[in-house]
Design a protein. Structure first.
Length: 595
């Protein structure tokens, strides 16, 4: 566990001016422990004794892990000759790529698979290169350019610099939106409506902010710019479209392999004729398979590496804490439950703004474990994956507007993904643990669907009964809320003829969940919704912001950090609304750039 020592060494509260060193005074540690339990101090209330207690505990963990993680013979050989192994792998990979291109390019020309193979080869080449040369050959010139460009405005007031940055972001969006050629599904009038919607959501969040003076506008502007550029890359470039389309096709094919397990338990003929048409028989095997895959990647260290590298980018670009960055990056892959486990050691010390951000990130996206379910319904996979990635910066911007940071997070400037608490002994063991987790997730999905749909049906039955007295036919909660959400459906860019239907789909997602909403959407898509309305609705529904998820996130965080239970309950509804706003803002961006 090479991350463990670094993980907990990064825990140094910045609210104290002095640096606290580790102390082995056991009575002092015991006193700190009792003090923390009695008072339930948060990150901004940490005392010297709290830090001593934490460091004492981590020192004990470090000593235990040192005995358990003694590297084997193969690991020692690989560590000693690592550069030579990497060079040999690069030479073999280079030969494979050259042979593949020599065979495929003359036969097929440009192809998505060739593009992806080239990107993987480029990444692998850079990885091997920086094993032999220091990264400073790139970072030093880059930082020199940044400092040179920043020098003329460095003497200006911080508020003026923030205003200039926001104006630059606004100019980029305006010029891009109005300069792109018109298409039948994307006229300039339609783009202006989506642009107005984007401005409305930002203004509404600013007006409802808990502390408008504390808003970090550089963070908000950076998040919006990053989201916009990502959408521009996907919607208006062939390479961006092909990359995300390939990812969608890969996810569909890979998760579709779960059919092998399902047919083994039943029969292939029965599955093809009967079972494949049932939600549980198609989705739940994929959920279990995905959970096993995630656990294997965690065992191999690949997941921690990917998340930590991606989180570092957001920490430095957007000036957010390490915990916020890790959860935001992990949410599209792991979902609103598993992402919280990545920061479990830090949960008792999160600030209120961090809690709000962590919950918002969970509400603002879907997870890889349920992606296959939407794909089997006929939802466009490229739009789903693009929306998930766009939600990473968007959820940060939304949360920082609604609930800006006023304290000093303990993980500011630090990104560490803790190792799993499970002591895995091999890939097969990891797959088994992941499958067990997948069963729990599948059962949780089933229980939520049964309970929420039953409750929704009961409420709708009562409303229909009351509506009959007033000659209002089929009065339901979705119908009432759908009309309330019609202005939002208009602002995200849905066509005027589809506003009521889109509003009701958004209402269904809020009261039930996105599964039910997407199922209704795919049935409406057959001749009812226009292509533009279908795409922006796909983005608007792509998140876990619903009534059931509020209880789920509140329960998980409270169980892991009891001292934060009250604040989590108070922030949950706000975070859920922000998660919904994040998907709506992504829909606005899609409406502006749709080709």
């Amino acid at each position: 566990m090479e991350h463990s020592e670094e993980t907990y060494q990064s825990f140094q509260p910045e609210t104290h001016q002095e640096k606290h060193e580790f102390s082995q005074d056991t009575p002092q540690q015991d006193q700190a422990s009792s003090t923390h339990k009695e008072t339930g101090l948060g990150a901004n209330e940490l005392t010297h004794a709290d830090v001593i207690e934490y460091n004492y505990k981590i020192k004990q963990d470090k000593d235990t892990q040192a005995d358990e993680d003694e590297p084997g013979f193969v690991s020692k050989i690989y560590s000693k000759y690592r550069k030579f192994f990497l060079l040999a792998m690069w030479l073999i990979f280079t030969g494979f790529v050259c042979a593949a291109y020599a065979i495929q390019v003359p036969r097929r020309g440009y192809w998505q698979e060739n593009l992806i193979l080239g990107l993987i080869y480029a990444w692998h080449s850079l990885y091997v290169l920086f094993c032999f040369v220091p990264t400073t050959i790139v970072t030093k010139p880059w930082m020199f350019l940044v400092r040179t460009a920043y020098a003329p405005i460095s003497g200006l007031d911080a508020r003026i610099r923030s205003a200039m940055y926001a104006a630059l972001v606004g100019a980029v969006i305006l010029v891009t939106v109005f300069s792109l050629p018109e298409t039948p599904d994307s006229t300039r009038v339609q783009r202006v409506i989506s642009l107005f919607g984007m401005g409305f959501f930002i203004a509404a969040l600013f007006a409802s902010s808990t502390n408008r003076r504390a808003i970090q506008w550089n963070t908000v502007s950076g998040c919006i710019l990053l989201q916009f550029l990502l959408a521009l890359f996907v919607f208006r470039s062939q390479a961006g479209h092909d990359i995300f389309q390939w990812i969608s096709d890969f996810c569909r094919a890979y998760l579709g392999e779960s059919k092998a397990g399902a047919t083994f338990l039943t029969s292939e003929d029965w599955y093809d004729q009967v079972g494949g048409h049932f939600f549980a028989m198609t989705v739940f095997p994929a959920v279990i398979f995905f959970a096993a895959t995630v656990q294997i990647l965690y065992y191999l260290g690949a997941l921690q590496w990917i998340l930590s590298k991606a989180a570092v980018i957001f920490v430095h670009l957007l000036n957010i804490s390490g915990c916020e960055a890790i959860v935001a990056v992990a949410s599209p892959f792991l979902g609103q439950s598993e992402n919280i486990l990545l920061i479990k050691p830090f949960l008792p010390y999160l600030t209120d703004a961090e809690i709000h951000q962590v919950m918002t990130s969970g509400f603002a996206t879907i997870s890889g474990s349920v992606l296959y379910g939407y794909l089997t319904m006929g939802v466009d996979g490229s739009s789903l994956i693009t929306s998930c990635v766009m939600s990473i910066p968007c959820s940060v911007a939304i949360s920082k507007l609604r609930y800006p940071e006023t304290d000093t997070p303990v993980t500011r400037g630090e990104v560490r993904v803790p190792e799993s608490e499970e002591k895995l002994v091999g890939i097969v063991h990891a797959a088994g643990i992941g499958a067990a987790t997948g069963i729990q997730i599948a059962l949780l999905i089933a229980a939520n669907l049964i309970a929420l749909l039953a409750l929704l049906g009961a409420v709708n039955g009562g409303l229909t009964w009351l509506g009959d007295f007033l000659t209002i036919q089929n009065l339901t909660l979705q119908l009432i809320t759908g009309y309330v959400l019609v202005p939002i459906a208009w602002m995200i860019g849905a066509d005027n003829k589809d506003l009521v239907e889109v509003g009701q789909l958004m209402a269904t997602k809020l009261w039930a969940n996105e599964f039910v909403a997407y199922k209704q959407m795919t049935s409406l898509a057959q001749g009812t919704l226009s292509n533009r309305s279908l795409i922006v609705t796909t983005y608007a529904l792509c998140g876990f912001a619903n009534l059931g998820s509020i209880g789920m996130q509140t329960g998980i965080i409270t169980a892991l950090a009891p001292n934060k239970g009250k604040r989590v309950a108070q922030l949950a509804v706000s975070a859920c609304i922000c998660g919904a706003c994040s998907t709506w803002l992504s829909a606005c961006v899609a409406g502006m750039l749709l080709s």
